[in-house]
Design a protein around this ligand. Structure first.
Ligand SMILES: C[S@@+](CC[C@H](N)C(=O)[O-])C[C@H]1O[C@@H](n2cnc3c(N)ncnc32)[C@H](O)[C@@H]1O
Length: 442
């Protein structure tokens, strides 16, 4: 059986070399290696911690290494990061233990030449009074980047777009595991009964700041929970729930959800519509469409029709009361949930805006006169959000921004047009998210 450190190493090496998603790689590795609860949480803490703190850890390694970071081969670097992470952030692990374990791991991986190098660097870090000395960094963007382990181009984007106060609050909130939110399926149960049922299964379930959205802890694998199997809830972040509650679809509406998989916004729409009316849920990929179909069945939702379609064009004859346009995006609002996203190349200067704009324009043709169009992303980048919607409104004079009435308890972080809202993790404890609601003139 593999040790938790070895499992953590395998996952981190895989993410580093194959661009796997952390949550998928972690769940798979924990299941395959049959680690007990304690070892699983130790391995997960190292994996997520190293991913979150990679830039900071590399800064420390660079300060103590005679070899340039780029010249250190990947397996050795991963072992160094794991050990430095334990020394810097895991108080319960004595430095000596983390160094010895790192050297042993290197030997187990037959990295005999590197084990001396690893031992040397780690021993000097462990002896140093100040392990991470940021005082030498004079540039503000670089300092924030190393301190919070977020690449400089993202820091620069946020400083320029949202200012220093909002950016530092956001950076302070991107570490650690985010809350796990679940939407109550009020077609089948109510919030209090579901919480009680979950507590009977030893799950810590609590109300959130939004009605019918609860937080879950101590779940283990969600698919094994009885209330989940009975269709009484599904996992959906607070941010999407805020957007859908604000959009407020009504019974007997016709709704088109043009980029819908895995289906969260369609399900919440159907529940708010009391399973009366019609929702067409489109997506580009068949395997993703199948997921919507199977979850609808579990939730006993009958008004969703799934269709494969490229949302840059439609051949629908009928128009809808509401069109939801939740486009593919750079995902900068998800740094807490998927820490590895931040290190992708060109995440800020991406070329997604072209397809996002195309999808928004083709979706606009599906809205009836007087109907609503919601544009949303899970990113915090004005180019994909505010500026794109501003351009749309300037080129589509038949649409106007609709004043948003946010649900009770939900607070804005920055001043924006009244038809749009950027949600920041530090304010409502949601993922970062953006949505705008536009109405087509009668
Ligand atoms: C942000 S996700 C949607 C999440 C979904 N609305 C929810 O709440 O569960 C974006 C989706 O757009 C789909 N997509 C990407 N390009 C597309 C296109 N050209 N046409 C339709 N769907 C597309 C992706 O497959 C992905 O499922």
């Amino acid at each position: 059986m593999k040790s938790p450190r070895r499992v953590a190493f395998d996952v981190l090496y895989k993410i580093e070399t194959e661009e796997s998603y952390s949550s998928i790689a972690v769940n798979k590795a924990l299941k395959e290696n049959n680690l007990n609860k304690l070892d699983s949480s130790f391995a997960s803490a190292i994996i997520y911690g190293v991913l979150e703190k990679k830039i900071t850890l590399d800064y420390v390694i660079r300060s103590f290494s005679s070899v340039r970071l780029k010249k250190i081969e990947t397996k050795t670097l991963v072992i160094l990061r794991m050990s430095v992470y334990q020394m810097l952030y895991m108080d319960k692990v004595p430095d000596n233990a983390s160094v010895n374990e790192a050297v042993q791991l290197a030997k187990n991986l037959r990295l005999f030449k590197s084990s001396g190098f690893i031992n040397g660097i780690l021993r000097s870090i462990s002896r140093a009074e100040t392990k991470c000395d940021l005082s030498k960094i004079k540039d503000k963007t670089k300092l924030l980047s190393v301190k919070y382990s977020v690449p400089e181009d993202i820091i620069k984007l946020w400083l320029d777009s949202y200012g220093e106060k909002v950016t530092t609050h956001m950076l302070n909130s991107v570490d650690g595991r985010p809350p796990l939110y679940a939407r109550v399926n009020t077609l089948l149960t109510d919030e209090d009964t579901l919480i009680e049922n979950l507590r009977e299964e030893n799950i810590i379930a609590e109300k959130s700041i939004l009605e019918n959205v609860i937080t879950l802890k101590n779940t283990g694998s969600v698919e094994n929970i009885k209330a989940f199997q009975y269709g009484e809830f599904y996992i959906q972040d607070l941010s999407s729930n805020i957007a859908l509650t604000t959009l407020s679809p009504k019974e007997n509406n016709v709704v088109y959800d043009v980029c819908s998989a895995p289906g969260g916004k369609s399900f919440t729409g159907a529940i708010l519509m009391n399973n009366k009316g019609k929702i067409n849920s489109y997506d580009l990929y068949e395997h993703k469409i199948k997921l919507i179909y199977s979850t609808s069945k579990r939730l006993e939702i009958s008004i969703i029709n799934t269709k494969i379609n490229d949302a840059t064009s439609f051949d629908e004859e009928n128009v809808a009361d509401i069109v939801i346009c939740d486009v593919p995006c750079s995902g900068l609002g998800l740094l807490r949930r998927k820490p590895e996203i931040r290190y992708k190349d060109n995440i800020v200067n991406n070329d997604l805006t072209e397809i996002q704009y195309k999808i928004l324009c083709s979706s606009a043709n599906l809205v009836r006169n007087g109907g609503k169009l919601m544009y949303s992303t899970c990113t915090l980048n004005p180019k994909e959000n505010n500026l794109l919607v501003e351009k749309f409104l300037s080129e589509h004079k038949d649409f106007v921004g609709e004043k948003l009435i946010l649900p009770k308890n939900i607070k804005r972080t920055i001043k924006e047009n009244e038809y749009e809202c950027s949600l920041f993790p530090q304010t409502n404890n949601s993922d970062g998210f953006y949505f705008a609601i536009l109405r087509k003139g009668d």
